[in-house]
Ligand binder design. Structure first.
Ligand SMILES: [Zn+2]
Length: 128
C-alpha cells in the first residue's frame, strides 16, 4: 500500500465517524482524491424516508464536483470490519467522471483495489 493510499484510508476512517446512520447503524466513510490533489470526504447520510439516504461515495463526489473538481484518481472506502464495494448507484455516478481506483479497506488494515470499469464495465453514458 502506498503512502497516499494509507492517507486515504486514514481519512476514510475519519470520515466514517461523521456517518449519520441511526436506522441501519451501517456507517461508511469515503475519501476521494481529485486530480488537483484535494481530498474530499464523505459519509453516508440516512433519512427517515429511506429512499432519500445517500451513500458516502456520492456525498464525497458531489462535494468535489460542487467545488469544481472533475477528474479523480482514487476513492477509499471504509465500512468497518469488512470491505464493502460501492453500490450500483454510486458506481454509475462515479463512472460519469471517468475511471478511477476504488480502494476498499477493512478494520484489519487489509485492502483490495478495483477500477470502476471492472465493477461496472457497461456504465451508462450519453456520449460514448
Ligand atoms: Zn452507494
Amino acid at each position: 500500500m502506498s503512502a497516499q493510499e494509507q492517507e486515504l484510508f486514514a481519512l476514510a476512517k475519519e470520515a466514517r465517524e461523521s456517518a449519520y446512520a441511526p436506522y441501519s447503524d451501517f456507517k461508511v466513510g469515503a475519501a476521494l482524491l481529485g486530480e488537483s490533489g484535494t481530498i474530499y470526504l464523505g459519509c453516508n447520510v440516512e433519512n427517515a424516508s429511506f429512499g432519500l439516504t445517500v451513500c458516502a461515495e456520492r456525498v464525497a463526489l458531489f462535494k468535489a464536483v460542487s467545488e469544481g473538481e472533475r477528474v479523480f484518481k482514487a476513492i477509499a472506502i471504509y465500512a468497518g470490519s469488512k470491505s464493502v464495494p460501492p453500490c450500483g448507484a454510486c458506481l454509475q455516478v462515479m463512472a460519469e467522471f471517468g475511471d478511477l481506483d476504488i480502494l476498499l479497506f477493512d478494520s484489519k488494515g487489509s485492502y483490495v483495489k478495483w477500477r470502476i470499469s471492472e465493477l461496472l464495465p457497461q456504465a451508462f453514458r450519453l456520449n460514448d
